[in-house]
Design a protein. Sequence first.
Length: 279
Amino acid sequence: MSATTPATPYALELRELRKSFGKTEIIRGASLAVQKGERVAIIGPNGAGKSTLFNLISGRLTPSSGEVLLGGQRIDGSKPYEINRLGLARSFQVSNLFSKLSVFENLRCGLLWSTGYRYTFLRFLANLHDANERTEQLLRMLQLEKRRDDLAMNLTYAEQRALEIGITIAGGADVILLDEPTAGMSKSETAHFIALIKEVTRGKTLLTVEHDMGVVFGLADKIAVVVYGQVIAFDTPEKVRANPAVQQAYLGSVLAQNQANAGLQAAGHQMEGAEHAAH
Ligand SMILES: Nc1ncnc2c1ncn2[C@@H]1O[C@H](COP(=O)(O)OP(=O)(O)OP(=O)(O)O)[C@@H](O)[C@H]1O
């Protein structure tokens, strides 16, 4: 036996990842190490390379150089379904739901697909009972029990997003990638949905690409700031918010913009106060 105990591998690790499209390098040596169970929001300006990073992690794109490791195992160069089998699932857009299947059937398909039922019919039968039970559990978790037998196409937008996340987690992957999970939702739907995501991904490692700072600060244990194809900061929300390099490159302007409206009202009150003091 070796005298040194190997350290627990990261749930997901990017090592000096690079990706060029033609002559243009878009990902320029991005590194990131995510611990098991962490919830990470990837933020950054438009065109910084966030979606490209997601595509490199999930196998949709192959890196020009560098490594992607899932639980310590190299996955760069593997196909998306192989990466999925190894325990990484990525959310799909609503349009990828089976619109003419019921909510229950959509979830069960997601579950059976990831458990590899299609190899043999006997395995399919053996899995079916378990799959039905697990699907019922998921329905409860997603708060979609009342919609169990409705067709996916008849759900509200927020319910479709919930179903899509349900399908993503159905196969039991440990690492989940969600692309702007609350995009297009109202404020109250968003708040509810953040709580739902936290609930259904408890204990899992979660990465989201997110533009909405409310969602970022509500959901993430850590924030990875991507600027010009590199991860320029990776830390807790408080530390990222206070990081001068992040302020300068990105967050300062975004937060300033987000707070502008609220700030106007506060400024109004301060002005009133100042006028009273002057008199
Ligand atoms: N397949 C591709 N071929 C050529 N260029 C691409 C390809 N995919 C992405 N790009 C370019 O890479 C850059 C980064 O794009 P990407 O979508 O990763 O950024 P992003 O940070 O997700 O942006 P946004 O926040 O606007 O969604 C962009 O300039 C984009 O045009």
